[in-house]
Design a protein around this ligand. Structure first.
Ligand code: SF4
Ligand code: SF4
Length: 283
């Protein structure tokens, strides 16, 4: 999707109906060779350059399944000057996939003929400095392998531009690392990996028969995606009587969304599975 060019971005489902902008896909280690796209390892390079002179310019960024991650929401709502509640209400579709017991947040496309991204404007991307991780990483897709020995998530990368994307025929060369730096995606990739580690725990049903309307699931979604509402919950409910948050952290989360997001991830681990972390303990 985008990222290469300040004013451009992503894919056109009318041209490639399977195009999904997601970088947090869990992949089967035994079937890596069968996945679409070219796998990029270590210093493997790929050619790509997106610019307004290309015939495909401005044809992506429409009719796409663009997955948003918690850090994306923080950056976007801040850019737009609205609360996370308002952002989710106005721009997000929450969907549940068969493969996971935690809902996905998809950016809601505009209700027009082309189903354009709500942030696509004539000159490109309205939220360019704070565009989602998937837009930055495109046309590279990141898959995740769970290393059961070390209990760690390991990334794998694939170069996978849609056929209509002319940027792949340009000569500029990148590695996944240099591309990430060029797209200012390093911090995003880090935050997405942190989220992926937690999200992977939802591949088994933690709701024990409570079903899709589980109140615990709603609380976990709020703590990870709806940061302003979570802050209100932390400071204006009995939360701090029930949980002890490390003092240095408590001070930071009053204002710092990123710290609150990390604390929220820790709280979900404690709340759902009883896992203790350095951030928070039960009183
Ligand atoms: S957020 Fe920006 S880069 Fe991403 S799809 Fe929308 S317009 Fe394109
Ligand atoms: S080169 Fe690819 S990313 Fe750039 S505008 Fe064309 S289709 Fe979109």
């Amino acid at each position: 999707m985008c990222g290469r060019h300040k004013s451009k971005v992503k894919n056109d489902r009318s041209a490639d109906a399977d195009l999904i902008i997601e970088i947090m896909k869990y992949v089967d280690i035994d079937n890596l060779d069968k996945l679409p796209g070219t796998r990029l390892e270590n210093n493997d390079t790929f050619s790509f350059h997106c610019h307004p002179e290309l015939s495909c310019f401005n044809k992506c960024c429409r009719n796409i399944n663009l997955f948003l991650y918690p850090y994306d929401v923080i950056r976007l709502k801040k850019h737009l000057g609205i609360t996370s509640d308002e952002f989710i209400d106005k721009y997000v579709d929450i969907v549940l996939r068969d493969s996971n017991f935690f809902p996905e947040a998809l950016l809601r496309m505009s209700d027009n003929t082309d189903m354009t991204c709500p942030f696509l404007i004539q000159s490109g991307c309205l939220v360019y400095p704070d565009r989602p991780d998937a837009c930055r990483t495109f046309p590279v897709e990141q898959g995740l392998i769970f290393d059961s020995m070390n209990k760690k998530i390991k990334p794998v990368y694939f170069f996978r531009p849609p056929d209509f994307c002319m940027g792949q025929h340009e000569s500029k060369e990148w590695t996944t690392a240099s591309w990430s730096v060029d797209q200012d995606a390093v911090e995003y990739n880090k935050m997405t990996s942190m989220w992926a580690e937690l999200k992977s725990m939802f591949q088994a049903d933690p709701w024990q028969g409570e079903g899709p309307d589980s109140p615990r699931r709603k609380m976990a979604f709020m703590a990870t995606y709806n940061i302003d509402r979570f802050r209100d919950f932390v400071f204006n409910s009995s939360f701090l009587k029930r949980y002890k948050v490390k003092s240095g952290i408590l001070k930071k989360i009053k204002k710092d969304d990123l710290e609150l997001m990390k604390m929220g991830f820790s709280w979900v681990k404690l709340y759902i599975w009883g896992i203790k972390t350095k951030y928070i303990t039960q009183r």
